[in-house]
Design a protein around this ligand. Structure first.
Ligand code: AMP
Length: 299
C-alpha cells in the first residue's frame, strides 16, 4: 500500500549544543516522507517557495518520492528557527515564518488514491482537515501535531481527531491537550475524542502506544552520538506509517514492530543535522539496528 504524506517542507535554522546550521532542509513532511520511503512508495503534498534549493527537490526524486503534489509557489519557503539546550527534548522556537503556507490550499493530484494510507504530518490543523476532505481517504489515517496548534487551533484539532485512526504527539503536547498530568489519563482523554490509536512520543525515553486492545511501550535506541533532535517525531511517524503501509494486515504484532521501526528510523535522523542522517542510511542499516535493538530490550 502506498502512503501520502502532507505537512511542512521547510528551511530550518537550528542551534543545538553540538552546532549551528542555517537554512537547512527541514519540515515535518520532509522527515516523514524520507523515513516512510524506506518502506513504501510515498507521495508528498506540500508547498515551497521559488527560493527552495533545487538540490533539495532532487533529494526527494532520488528517494522515489512523488513530488507532483509539491507546489512551487511565488514567495518564500516556510522557515523555522529553533534552539535546543542540553535538554534535547525541548525545542525553543525562536521564529516561525509560514510564508507560502499562509492560506495555502493545495490541488490534490488526480493520481492520489483515497485507498492509500494518509499521514497528516504536523501543520495547521485547518490545512490537515482541508486535505483530509479533499482526498476522502478510506485507508489508515494518521495525524501528528505540535504545541503551537494545540494553543491556537485546539478546536480544529479536536474536530480532526474524530476522523483519524492514529494520533501522534509528544508527552508535553498530550498533557497540554488533555489537561491531564498522567499520560495514561491523557491518552484516555484523547481516545474519548475519537482517535482509535494514540502514540505518545517521549524523545530519548521512547514512545507509548494505546488502543482499545493494546498498550505497548518502546524505548529509544541507545545512541553514541546525537547532533540534532529536529524531525525525530516526524521521522518516527513516517517510519511507523511506512511499516504499517507495507504490512498486509494490521495485527498487534505488526503494530508493535511498526513502533520499533519508527524508533529506529528516528535514531538515524538525530545523529546528524537536517535529513543527512536519513540520507546516509541504507535499508540494511535499519535491519541491523532493529536486530541490535531486540538484543538490547529482550529479557
Ligand atoms: P519535530 O522535531 O519532529 O517536532 O519537527 C521539526 C520540524 O517541524 C522542523 O523541520 C520544522 O521545519 C517543522 N515545523 C516547526 N514548526 C512548525 C509548524 N508550526 N508547522 C509545521 N511544521 C513546523
Amino acid at each position: 500500500m502506498k502512503l501520502t504524506v502532507i505537512g511542512s517542507t521547510a528551511l530550518d535554522s537550528i542551534e543545538t549544543p553540538f552546532g549551528k546550521k542555517e537554512e537547512i532542509l527541514g519540515g515535518s513532511a520532509t522527515y516523514a516522507a524520507l523515513s516512510a520511503s524506506f518502506f513504501v512508495p510515498v507521495s508528498l503534498i506540500s508547498v515551497v517557495g521559488k527560493d527552495f534549493p533545487r538540490k533539495y527537490l532532487n533529494i526527494f526524486k532520488k528517494r522515489n518520492i512523488d513530488i507532483e503534489g509539491l507546489e512551487i509557489k511565488d514567495g518564500r519557503t516556510f522557515r523555522w528557527e529553533a534552539r535546543y539546550q542540553y535538554d534535547l527534548s525541548y525545542a525553543e522556537t525562536l521564529n516561525t515564518e509560514l510564508n507560502v503556507f499562509e492560506g495555502f490550499r493545495p490541488v490534490i493530484p488526480k493520481k492520489i488514491d483515497p485507498k492509500d494510507n494518509l499521514l497528516l504530518a504536523n501543520i495547521d490543523p485547518e490545512l490537515q482537515s482541508f486535505i483530509f476532505h479533499q482526498i476522502k481517504p478510506f485507508g489508515l489515517v494518521a495525524c501528528d501535531t505540535m504545541n503551537l496548534w494545540i494553543e491556537h487551533s485546539k478546536k480544529a484539532l479536536l474536530r480532526l481527531l474524530k476522523k483519524v485512526d492514529i494520533f501522534l504527539l509528544n508527552d508535553a503536547e498530550a498533557r497540554q491537550l488533555s489537561g491531564e498530568k498522567n499520560l495514561l489519563d491523557a491518552a484516555k482523554f484523547i481516545a474519548s475524542r475519537g482517535a482509535r490509536m494514540i502514540v505518545i512520543k517521549k524523545g530519548e525515553h521512547g514512545a507509548l502506544f494505546f488502543s482499545k486492545g493494546l498498550r505497548f511501550m518502546v524505548p529509544a535506541y541507545l545512541l553514541e552520538k546525537l547532533s540534532d533532535p529536529t524531525g525525530a517525531g516526524d521521522t518516527f511517524a513516517g517510519g511507523m506509517l511506512g511499516y504499517l503501509s507495507r504490512s498486509p494486515k494490521i495485527t498487534d504484532r505488526v503494530l508493535r514492530r511498526a513502533l520499533v521501526y519508527g524508533s529506529i528510523m528516528a535514531s538515524f535522523a538525530v545523529e546528524r543535522f537536517s535529513a543527512t542522517g536519513l540520507l546516509k542510511t541504507k535499508p540494511e542499516d535499519v535491519e541491523e539496528r532493529v536486530k541490535h535493538f531486540e538484543k538490547l530490550t529482550k529479557f
